[in-house]
Design a protein around this ligand. Structure first.
Ligand code: PMP
Length: 372
């Protein structure tokens, strides 16, 4: 038996075996807490229309990598829109947030540099650090001091605006001080912040445009589409175009996808975006209050990502299974995705969840808890 088969056998015999859920157009969940569609834009009629119209104009595929035939006018328009929105000199499109993070970390850093990373950064950042040349060191979650106080000019720090598993935010003021004091460069992955919070939906960049030298984000969450971007200075973006293997050797996203993202960004920046963010925030406050009232173990989070922690994997799995049988789709997150002993049900909230449904959900939780 080869290594992967052995690993598979072990996984099959453990409670960590993962199964994909098949989503169908007509499955009606009472509430879907597993989605990243924070503003409900994946079903927005204007964005769907932009997608369809662009298919009629451009076809369904980009036909090549961006340095060959894959870069079209609509890609360029979207990049310009992103740079303007997020207040950076330039933007570059990637097929996924995973590729964007990996690409930046394996292209812009070299052997001379050190890289400091939060303990809870996403797998794409971990892979990027491991495959890149810089020597890296991780610091305890949201506590860059004292490790980063050893940084010297030219070192980098990478973190997330909103953490994907805990839902809490990084301390941007502290990062600003560290940057000023040690002349380090900062890379911020705002996958879960962009679109969902802040002025014009600028996410963590509402307050951190000048703190972050390089910003990455995905269009697959609040923007409702898919694909990703890097926003940075001219030299950083030009270096990615020239040297980033994830960018150069990969078919560009379809132009119609770029058109849909462009429509989505325009909505996110508009008063409609403000209204959706307002509704999302109302739901976040409501959900937090309900967790608190019941004294459930949680991680304090002001974002759409809310957690309910359990002492064992089994308890988390049992509760999630019960909730699913009542029509609530929620994800159990277990090690190795989160640290051992912190298995949890992760709830993603969206602006479009009816408050009455959320209230019924909590009644159901109470009933299930009293039975278990
Ligand atoms: N960064 C973070 C923090 C994420 O949570 C994710 C998605 N899970 C990504 C990057 C990757 O983005 P994408 O899904 O576009 O590859």
């Amino acid at each position: 038996m080869s290594g992967y088969q052995q690993q598979l056998e072990e996984r099959k015999g453990s409670s960590l075996f993962r199964k994909r859920k098949i989503r169908s157009c007509d499955t009606q969940w009472q509430l879907d807490f597993s989605t990243n569609d924070y503003l409900g834009l994946s079903q927005h009629s204007g964005i769907k229309r932009a997608f369809k119209q662009a298919v009629d104009i451009w076809g369904v595929g980009s036909t090549g990598s961006p340095l060959l035939s894959g870069y079209s006018g609509i890609h360029q328009e979207l990049e310009e829109l992103l740079a303007d929105w997020l207040g950076k000199p330039r933007a570059l499109l990637f097929n996924s947030g995973f590729a964007a993070n990996h690409g930046v970390l394996t292209t812009l850093l070299d052997k001379q540099q050190r890289l400091f990373a939060d303990k809870l950064v996403h797998a794409s950042i971990i892979d990027g650090m491991q495959h890149g040349e810089a020597r890296f060191k991780r610091y305890p979650h949201n506590q860059p001091l004292p490790i980063v106080s050893k940084a010297i000019a030219g070192d980098w720090l990478v973190t997330e605006g909103v953490f994907s598993m805990d839902g809490d935010a990084c301390d941007l003021n502290q990062l600003a001080c560290l940057k000023q004091e040690h002349m380090i460069k900062i890379m911020l992955d705002d996958a879960h912040g962009i679109g969902a919070y802040g002025t014009e939906g600028k996410g963590s960049l509402t307050h951190a445009s000048s703190v972050a030298d390089v910003v990455t984000g995905t269009f697959g969450k609040a923007l409702g589409v898919g694909g990703a971007f890097v926003c940075a200075g001219d030299d950083e973006v030009e270096s990615l175009i020239q040297f980033c293997r994830d960018y150069i050797y990969s078919t560009a996203m379809p132009p119609a996808q770029a058109a849909a993202i462009k429509a989505s960004v325009e909505i996110v920046r508009s008063s409609e975006g403000d209204e959706r963010r307002g509704r999302l925030n109302e739901r976040i406050q409501y959900f937090r209050d309900e967790l608190k009232q019941r004294d459930l173990k949680t991680i304090d989070s002001g974002s759409a990502i809310q957690t309910w922690l359990f002492d064992s994997d089994e308890d988390a799995l049992n509760m999630a299974t019960q909730l699913q049988t009542h029509g609530y789709l929620c994800s159990v997150i277990r090690p190795p995705t989160v640290p051992w002993g912190s298995s949890r049900i992760r709830f993603s909230l969206t602006s479009e969840m009816p408050l009455s449904e959320l209230s019924t959900f909590w009644d159901t939780v109470d009933r299930v808890r009293s039975r278990l």
